[in-house]
Ligand binder design. Structure first.
Ligand code: ADP
Ligand code: ZN
Length: 606
């Protein structure tokens, strides 16, 4: 009976996971899978995808098999489930033969609720034969966008996962991803043979994330101010384009007294996984990384994601920023962006040896990203619109909080375009701006450019302002960069209409980067629970207890309890087991394991 199924699902949510209610479409998804149906679930990071397969696995007969490419995280996932009293194990290449045998034995004896398997392991004859002989509750295909050959997370083994449908047609399947674009969605359905699956597409809004894109000037200084003023002691991720910049930025932060680690594909795998483990386990580490870092990082309390370089696409930006604030508490997505970013990204596309169709697609994606950077409207509206979701101004992004002014930049653009034209479309940004601003440089005089009619016609504006105008002109397609020719600036066809005065151009006013100040208040609903001084002291005490406990269990701190749960305990100050049970995030198993200790801490007896 479906009603009964829903009641049982809710009971599991409350008793095992300790949460009072389902979020969004979780209840519908769980009821469908538990009843034997197939589903494709698109939910943003932090939306609560794991429960969508964990609870049906507990409700159905047999073991739920979860396919995931993230073998480095399986140990933590299994440990977190063990803390909840769920019987889980994993199979991947990090195990010894004996460990593997022990897992296989437990599976055969029906002692497992959930089994995490790496795709390459699942596809071995040994593993498939083993699965033939046991009841399987469901197959969950996590990070399902890995089937997409277009994405940078592509895993060839994922394509072969269609075998699940052929070999076990009666077992329900659920594919999950946080990647939002239509193309990926179609590819998942097609390649995994999920044509009959019901699709659940959540809103991709992450209301607790505040989006900010600032003018890049002295980016390290800006980053340091941002961290010092808004995120002292917080865990965060800083994304850079190159390995070299990753190393340099991590070193710079460490010298400035901020605990930072580096992560990129050029490091040996031992150091890389050691850094990842420290980031996950310790409080307040800043990870400086290339985009090689992050997929599946389910650390809930990443308080900020900073981009020092422009991402290639809105998809990438959304994925990367999405790693902030999975716990639903306020978090920041901060990016510094400037002329050089546009030049660099355009060059990378042009210089790649991809075919013309691919280059066009990359170009279109970059243009969309530039549109987001240059918008004077709400960033969130722009972002969601890109994924086909309508919304209204959010009140929690930089452009909503301090609306940028736009101005008629036609005259400025004409001056700029004329200077490019008069210098022969053979010079790069530095030289063009020198001529425009009337700089007295050797190079300018050498070429006789101090004699041009445009020499000095832009002397009324400082250089950063002209760079912002040039950047926007490039983003708008009014200026092109010739990468075959040392990055010289050229005028495309579209520039003519502006030069002739037939087209007007609106631009975003240059805003000198402000020293970051802690924003006065967060948008309503996302304020952290305010704690009084004694409650705050109790919270700190609980955190210390959590550090000790996590260390003795050898698990990350959030596996014991999330910050939000500890804050709620500090606020509610439960003194009986029944009162403690009411706190969100405290399930039966944790109550049994930690209940007495917590109550002793709250009543000041420990
Ligand atoms: P995703 O895999 O979609 O990124 P997770 O499954 O890791 O997200 O869930 C994100 C966080 O939200 C986790 O800490 C999880 O425990 C919590 N969560 C999920 N569902 C609920 C719920 N119904 N009530 C409270 N917290 C929830
Ligand atoms: Zn907004």
């Amino acid at each position: 009976m479906p009603g009964d199924l829903r009641a049982r699902a809710l009971h599991v949510l409350q008793s095992v996971f300790g949460y009072p209610a389902f979020r969004g479409e979780q209840a519908d998804i769980i009821a469908l899978i538990a009843g034997g149906g197939d589903a494709l679930v698109l939910m943003p990071t932090g939306g609560g995808k794991s429960l969508c397969y964990q609870i049906p696995s507990l409700l159905r007969e047999g073991c739920g098999v979860v396919i995931s490419p993230l073998i480095a995280l399986m140990q933590d996932q299994v440990d977190a489930l063990a803390e909840l009293g769920v019987r889980a194990a994993f199979l991947n290449s990090t195990q010894s033969f004996d460990e593997m045998l022990a897992v296989e034995r437990a599976l055969r004896r029906g002692e497992l609720d959930l089994l995490y398997v790496a795709p390459e392991r699942l596809l071995t004859p040994r593993c498939l034969e083993m699965l033939d002989g046991v009841p399987i509750a469901l197959f969950a295909i996590d990070e399902a966008h890995c089937v997409s050959q277009w994405g940078h997370d592509f895993r060839p083994e994922y394509i072969r996962l269609s075998v699940l449908h052929e070999r076990y047609p009666q077992v329900p399947r659920i594919a999950l991803t946080a990647t939002a674009d239509f193309q990926t969605r179609d590819e998942i359905v097609h390649r995994l043979q999920l044509d009959g699956a019901r699709q659940f597409i959540s809103s991709f809004d992450r209301p607790n994330i505040r989006y900010q894109i600032v003018e890049k000037e002295n980016v390290r200084r800006q980053l340091l101010d941002f961290i010092r003023n808004e995120h002292r002691g917080d865990a965060g991720i800083v994304y850079c384009l190159s390995r070299k910049k990753v190393e340099e930025t991590a070193a710079f932060l460490n010298e400035s007294g901020i605990a930072a680690l580096a992560y990129h594909a050029g490091m040996d795998s031992g150091t890389r996984s050691a850094h990842q483990a420290r980031f996950l386990r310790e409080d307040g580490i800043v990870m400086v990384a290339t985009i090689a870092f992050g997929m599946g990082i389910d650390k809930p309390d990443v308080r900020f994601v900073a981009h020092l370089d422009l991402p290639k696409s809105i998809e990438g930006y959304y994925q990367e920023t999405g790693r902030a604030g999975r716990d639903g508490l306020p978090a920041d997505a901060w990016m510094a962006y400037g002329l050089q970013d546009v030049v660099q990204q355009r060059r990378m596309i042009e210089e790649s040896d991809a075919d013309i169709t691919f280059k066009r697609m990359q170009s279109a994606r970059l243009d969309a990203m530039l549109g987001l950077c240059e918008t004077i409207g709400c960033r969130r509206v722009h972002l969601l619109d890109y994924f086909g979701q309508a919304s209204t101004a959010c009140g929690n992004c930089d452009t909503c909080l301090a609306p940028p002014q736009s101005f008629d930049a036609t005259e400025e653009v004409q001056k700029l375009l004329s200077t490019i034209y008069r210098t022969g479309q053979r010079f790069g940004a530095v030289h063009v701006l020198e001529v425009l601003r009337g700089s007295d440089s050797d190079k300018v005089r050498q070429w006789g450019h101090d004699k041009l009619s445009t020499y000095g016609i832009g002397s009324d504006k400082p250089e950063p302002e002209w760079r912002a105008i040039l950047r926007q002109a490039i983003a708008l397609g009014l200026v092109e960069i010739d990468h075959d020719n040392y990055g010289s600036l050229r005028l495309p066809e579209g520039a003519r209409a502006v030069l002739r005065g037939e087209r007007r151009v609106a631009m975003r006013h240059y805003q000198k980067p402000q020293k970051q100040r802690r924003p006065a208040a967060r948008a309503s609903g996302f304020a952290e629970i305010e704690l009084s001084a004694p409650q705050q002291a109790l919270f700190e005490k609980l955190r210390w207890w959590r550090v000790e406990t996590a260390r003795s269990h050898n698990v990350p701190a959030y596996v014991i309890f999330h910050d939000a749960t500890l804050r709620e305990i500090a606020r509610a100050m439960p003194v009986t087991i029944d009162e403690l049970r009411q706190v969100s995030g405290v399930g039966e198993k944790k109550l049994e394991t930690y209940g007495e200790q917590l109550i002793a801490l709250v009543s000041g007896e420990a």
